[in-house]
Design a protein around this ligand. Structure first.
Ligand SMILES: Cc1ncc(COP(=O)(O)O)c(C=O)c1O
Length: 388
């Protein structure tokens, strides 16, 4: 057995340490020049007018929904193959998540099913650029416009992903990024909202800061979702490194996928559309359980035994989460008591997501891996296929 291969790793060195030290010694920790500069540089990177920094990706989604005026009883269409934040942000805004199926190739929201799920109550859609891929934004934006539905891109796993030459986060009404520790770039914890709209950016800045304009003047319901100067200083350094890290991440993933396609018949490699720059948040593959005669959890266990750590997400469509089945997110039935029709997640069954949830594993692809380690990943997969 070789050394343990980790699935993710932050890339931080003396540069980030120095940047943090500078802030700590400056005595200025909140809403200062580092946050402003990070916002400007991030907006420039994404190719959009505004970026508004917050303290997590979940906060970014919540602020985006609030800034777009999504509220009680409004329906928001979401895919069920994502981290729960995509849904919890909707619930925190007292709005109702409605699930639409995913595309079997991209694992992202299926535009046709999004269209089918629209009702007169639908006010927003959150396409998630899952695992670094890009959702079909042209179709999603077209359908959304025709139905007066706002588009909030969840880009928490897709920093630098491109769709037809445009960075994700610059296509919908807003984009929402996470800078959690394992993401393409990190600030420890952190998030960003991107938008071309002056009005949304202005509202987002007020909502993230206690709904406050001036001292002690609270004009909206807000939160303390501010990013600190310390996190922004880390973000500025990480942003400078992002493209290099992404290139290596892509190179590692394509190497793995090419070899797997040729050599590992019990894994299905996702199709990558030629107009998408996929940035591979892990390297996702589907386990063909019948072909290998093993369940996916067993494959994950075997990989671990052989020293290869993988991500095993998402095991179930989100509509099967207890908090939704019980309609128990807030006391007294909120937000479902505000729904304009009966909501029961027990009745939801989306065939594509049911086919793939629980069968996707994310192979290690982080920029620190050597060719030998990538070869070790493929060789381990081959061994497991031979029953070793
Ligand atoms: C798709 C997706 N959306 C939202 C989030 C929330 O981001 P954060 O953890 O920064 O709150 C995550 C984070 O893991 C995510 O993967």
């Amino acid at each position: 057995m070789g050394e343990n291969i980790k699935v993710a790793k932050p890339f931080v060195d003396e540069e980030e340490v120095e940047a943090v030290k500078e802030v700590l010694l400056s005595g200025h920790y909140v809403s200062g020049p580092k946050v402003k500069e990070f916002e400007e540089k991030f907006a420039e990177y994404i190719g959009i007018k505004h970026a508004v920094a917050v303290n997590s990706g979940t906060a970014a989604l919540h602020v985006a929904l609030a800034s777009l005026g999504i509220g009680p009883g409004d329906e928001v269409i979401v895919p069920p193959l994502t981290f729960f934040s995509t849904v919890s942000a909707v619930l925190h805004q007292n709005a109702i998540p409605v699930f639409a199926d995913v595309d079997l190739e991209s694992f992202c929201l299926d535009p046709a099913d999004f269209e089918r799920k629209i009702t007169e109550n639908t006010k927003a859609v959150i396409p998630v650029h899952i695992f670094g891929n890009a959702a079909e934004m042209d179709e999603i934006v077209k359908i959304a416009k025709e139905n007066d539905v706002k588009v909030i891109e969840d880009c928490a796993q897709a920093h630098g992903t491109e769709y037809k030459g445009r960075k994700v986060g610059s296509i919908g009404n807003t984009g929402c990024f996470s800078f959690y520790a394992t993401k393409h770039m990190t600030t420890g914890e952190g998030g960003m909202i991107t938008t071309d709209s002056d009005e949304i950016a202005e509202k987002a800045k007020i909502i993230r800061n206690h709904g406050m304009v001036g001292r002690d003047q609270h004009v909206m319901l807000g939160y303390n979702y501010r990013m600190s100067e310390i996190n922004a200083a880390i973000g500025l350094v990480q942003l400078r490194k992002l493209e290099k890290l992404n290139e290596k991440r892509i190179e590692n993933s394509l190497y793995l996928l090419d070899r797997i396609k040729e050599e590992v018949e019990w894994l299905r490699v996702p199709e990558i559309r030629d107009y998408v720059r996929h940035t591979f948040f892990w390297c996702p593959v589907i386990v063909l359980e019948k072909e290998i005669g093993m369940t996916t959890p067993k494959v994950v266990e075997k990989l671990k035994d052989h020293g290869v750590e993988v991500r095993y997400r998402y095991r179930e469509p989100l509509y099967k989460q207890k908090v939704l089945l019980d309609l128990s997110s807030y006391p007294k039935g909120c937000p479902f008591s505000c729904a304009r029709r009966q909501i029961d997640y027990h009745n939801v069954f989306l065939p594509n997501v049911e086919k793939i949830a629980g069968k996707i594993i994310g192979l290690p692809n982080h920029p620190g891996l050597t060719k030998e380690e990538l070869d070790q990943v493929v060789e381990t997969l081959e061994k497991i296929g031979r029953g070793v």
